[in-house]
Write a protein that binds this ligand. Structure first.
Ligand code: 13P
Length: 287
């Protein structure tokens, strides 16, 4: 059975490690992430963006697919199915579709509107035993060649969202989705420490977990980060392994063009990368 992310993140916060949110993009991704985490005996959060859900034919399809794969593979570690960067409508739809956790990202609204909408989603989700992540500040990224460092969250705004009873909180601390530019300033630990100080030990979430140096990951965990989101890194691993297979001409040997063979190296690369990250985040053997 899929579970909410509340319990696993509380334990992670108390135990000073982080649970990975690995974003899934299709069936292969789902199988690979679950395989890796079962082998590592690590709890895991499967993240699904609204775009990825659309690609996979909607929230209900995703929920049904993940539940069936989870059961069929006999997964025993705690697994949460979580909406990533959800809109207000998307979060409600996921709560109804069988997700066990949702993120409502109201960071682009005014703080008043973010509070208002977060409050509603939290009440609705909690009435069904579903965990909620909210966001304050912005996660940077690169768009059309313009690099944004994101907006560092205001601790006072974090305190206000925390008081709503959110289960875990994403706060911008200079983190970026996608590849980090060479001139990236690094995580803002001063801001992170201030945010944790006013959020009473609430588990914090680090988005943009791909490509952050290990020392910064460990420091973030020591300052209250209990959930780290990873998407790009697995995509790069998958693409590189698939490229190698094709460049070596393996798709042209025998029945190497069979999709089950063609996608196998990429799927295996995801398994290996997930295992390494789970080890680094400290959640191995914490199931
Ligand atoms: P990356 O794609 O940079 O790993 O970020 C993932 C993420 O934060 C999803 O919310």
């Amino acid at each position: 059975m899929l579970v909410s992310a509340t319990e696993m993140l509380k334990k992670a916060h108390e135990g000073h490690y982080a649970v990975a949110q690995f974003n899934i993009n299709n069936l292969e991704w789902t199988k690979s992430v679950l395989k890796a985490c079962e082998e590592m005996q690590s709890p895991v959060i499967l993240g699904v963006s609204e775009g990825a859900a659309k690609y996979m034919c909607g929230f209900k399809t995703v929920a049904a697919m993940v539940k069936e794969i989870h059961d069929k593979m006999g997964i025993t570690v705690p697994v949460a199915l979580h909406l990533d960067h959800g809109t207000y409508e998307g979060a409600k739809a996921c709560i109804e579709a069988g997700f066990t956790s949702v993120m409502f990202d109201g960071s682009h609204y005014s703080i008043e509107e973010n509070i208002e909408k977060s409050k509603e989603i939290i009440a609705y989700a909690h009435s069904k035993g579903i965990s909620v992540e909210c966001e304050v500040g912005g996660i940077g990224g690169e768009e059309d060649g313009v690099t944004s460092m994101g907006e560092v969250a205001d601790p006072e705004e974090c305190r206000k969202i925390n008081e709503l009873g959110v289960d875990f909180l994403a706060a911008g601390i200079g983190n970026i989705h996608g590849k980090y530019p060479a001139n990236w300033a690094g995580l803002n630990f001063e801001a992170l420490a201030k945010i944790q100080a006013v959020t009473n030990g609430r588990p914090l979430v680090l988005h943009g977990g791909s490509g952050i140096p290990k020392d910064q990951i460990l420091k973030a965990i020591s300052l209250g980060v209990s959930k780290i989101n990873v998407n790009t890194e697995l995509q790069l691993e998958f693409a590189a392994a698939t490229r190698k297979y094709i460049e070596e001409g393996k798709d042209l040997q025998g029945k190497g063009y069979d999709p089950r063979k063609l996608l196998a190296p990429g799927a295996e690369a995801i398994v290996n990368k997930c295992k390494l990250m789970v080890e680094e985040f400290g959640s191995a053997h914490k199931a």
